[in-house]
Write a protein that binds this ligand. Structure first.
Ligand SMILES: [Zn+2]
Ligand SMILES: [Zn+2]
Length: 224
């Protein structure tokens, strides 16, 4: 199901049966947050259609346990510490059991680079420390990090800005030090000097090709 509108409609229909009385509005709030996010919508769709414990429930929040090469390990939170794990990518979705069980196949522990089963269990036992899954911005003409429009310069320091000297990520390459002849940028004057050098060289404005697209990173594991 790739049409997001169809997907949202199917989720809404399933919610009618799944969400306990009086909570439908709240359940729909989450649907609004992830209105255009295929990953989150796939998760909600799977949750509401298959209801892991075959009882009424609603998803309050979606938390991220791990993310690697465009594959997310997410938890659909249905209560304070109660959640269900899903492996989700643009390729598909796979249910992974309850958060409380704190279990993940060794292959996946390795893939997400968890130190040990124990480290994963500890993470599952402290859901309050997990981060909420951020909806992906779908407007490709806006830089997802600094919100520059296509054709505009990024804000200096934006991680999406491409370096005009080496073509790498401007905040990560060493060109700023090489250009300034310094080991580090330690004050405002040096930063302004770098900005001048950057303008002189010609900054590369935002364009949609620069979007960090997790879908293009290639899949590291095959989902059944
Ligand atoms: Zn930017
Ligand atoms: Zn560079």
């Amino acid at each position: 199901m790739t049409d997001l509108r169809e997907l949202r409609k199917a989720i809404r229909e399933a919610m009618e049966y799944a969400v306990p009385d009086g909570y439908l509005d709240k359940a729909e709030d989450l649907l609004d947050i992830y209105h255009d996010d295929k990953i989150a919508l796939d998760l909600l769709h799977e949750f509401y259609l298959s209801l892991p414990d075959a009882r009424e429930a609603w998803v309050r929040e979606i938390m991220v346990l791990a993310r690697h090469h465009g594959i997310f390990l997410l938890s659909a939170m249905v209560g304070g510490r109660e959640g269900y794990l899903y492996l989700v990518s643009s390729e598909g979705i796979e249910f992974q059991g309850s958060l409380a069980d704190g279990f993940l196949a060794q292959e996946l522990l390795d893939f997400f680079q968890f130190e040990s089963e124990e480290a994963f269990r500890r993470l599952c036992a402290a859901p309050a420390e997990l981060h909420s899954y951020e909806p992906l911005q779908v407007d490709e003409d806006i830089c997802p990090a600094c919100h520059a429009l296509a054709g505009e310069h990024h804000e200096l320091g934006c991680p999406v800005e491409v370096c005009p000297w080496c073509g790498g990520q401007l905040i990560h390459c060493d060109c700023r030090f090489e250009q300034l002849g310094l080991d580090a940028i330690s004050n405002e004057t040096e930063l302004l000097r770098f900005e001048d050098l950057l303008e002189e060289r010609g900054r590369i404005p935002y364009s949609r090709e620069q979007r960090p697209s997790f879908a293009d990173e290639g899949t590291g594991v095959i989902l059944d």
